[in-house]
Design a protein around this ligand. Structure first.
Ligand code: NAD
Length: 321
């Protein structure tokens, strides 16, 4: 069995490799060559922790396995380690033998950022110049860095419920040499591309706070009850997702579907756009919305990619198992 520890991931994995892995697996999901297993998520009644498994099988990429992990809210205060903890296990689909154990913490941020980037590459207007962020936490910086590679952006704008976190976005803007402006929610109308990545349980962005032609990647809503944008925005937009089943149950679309503003048949898997079986954006005025719920296959795809990189560089640890 190969081991790629958490500490080795930063030097091995690149944003480009994460993008390629996620784009490929989204494409395989749309052809039915890859599918996700039902998600398990449990409050274990210890340390207020939420623990679970996300798994799947990708026949094309030959990836079988799961990500095990969750959220331990007391970690930082009690142990000085981050609250989100996860590990990916890959198995040989020909024999069922375990193939690799891979640190999943940094990979989760990279695969989530890759998902919104894939949506921007395939759905945003080619001439997009202003990118707007809703959220300024841990994931937001990863999201913004990855998104900046997708278009020739000239300006970053952002809003966050907790303004003291906005320097996280300013830092990424400084790295990229782009101006950053903190705005009110109405100011987000200037954005050609928007990413929302918060822990909100109530709509932040209203349908009239988005301009025609914008692309929005809603990335924070990954649980029943969470919500970042007004349900009416999904009725106004053409809606895409990583996986329809998750979009309508734990994603942003859960609210619009519950209010009967849209049905699951109005939602297209992004893989269809990648595979060119769906045209994606069809006009410069159309609003496109990507509901990124986060699927297990994304975790397996980036983990398999990092194992390949670790083997190629001779840094994968091999144990007899
Ligand atoms: P974080 O704790 O670092 O940041 C949380 C962000 O949400 C901050 O910007 C904070 O100001 C904002 N926020 C908190 N409570 C809010 C509220 N009530 N209303 C509006 N904004 C609020 O968290 P993070 O690691 O950046 O994760 C952000 C979100 O992304 C979480 O909801 C997480 O579950 C989700 N997530 C989704 C995926 C996916 O694949 N879709 C993957 C990882 C994380």
């Amino acid at each position: 069995m190969l081991i790629v520890p958490e500490a080795a991931i930063a030097d091995l994995m690149t944003r480009e490799a994460a993008f390629d892995a996620v784009e490929k697996v989204f494409a395989a999901m749309a052809t039915g060559d890859a599918y996700n297993f039902p998600v398990i998520r449990e409050a274990i009644g210890h340390e207020d922790a939420l623990y679970g498994f996300k798994g799947g099988f990708d026949r094309t990429g030959h990836s079988l396995g799961l990500k095990a992990g969750g959220y331990w809210p007391n970690n930082l205060d009690k142990h000085g380690i981050i609250n989100h903890q996860s590990t990916v296990f890959l198995f040989d689909p020909d024999t069922g033998r375990v193939r690799a154990m891979v640190g999943g913490n940094l990979l989760t941020a990279l695969r989530t950022a890759a998902a919104s980037s894939v949506s921007i590459r395939h759905l945003a207007r080619p001439d997009a110049k202003v990118i707007g962020m809703i959220g300024a936490g841990h994931q937001a910086a990863f999201q913004l860095r990855a998104a900046l590679a997708q278009r020739d952006f000239a300006k970053i704008i952002g809003w966050n419920l907790h303004p003291e976190m906005l320097p996280n976005l300013q830092k990424v803007a400084d790295e990229a040499g782009l101006p950053f402006e903190a705005v009110e929610l109405d100011g987000l109308r200037e954005a050609d591309v928007l990413i929302s990545i918060t822990s909100s349980f109530a709509p932040i962005l209203q349908a009239d706070q988005v301009s025609p032609g914008a692309h929005i990647a809603c990335m924070g809503t990954d649980t029943k009850g969470k919500q970042e944008v007004d349900a009416a925005l999904l009725a106004r937009a053409t809606v895409f997702t990583d996986e329809v089943a998750q979009s309508i149950s734990i994603g942003e679309a859960q609210h619009a579907v519950a209010k009967e503003l849209i049905t699951e048949h109005d939602i297209t898997q992004i893989g269809e756009v990648i595979n060119k079986t769906h045209p994606g954006r069809t006009s410069a005025e159309e609003i496109t919305l990507f509901d990124g719920t986060g699927v297990g296959l994304q975790d397996l795809a980036v983990a398999a990619s990092v194992v390949d990189l670790a083997v190629a560089r001779g840094v994968a640890q091999e144990v007899d198992f």
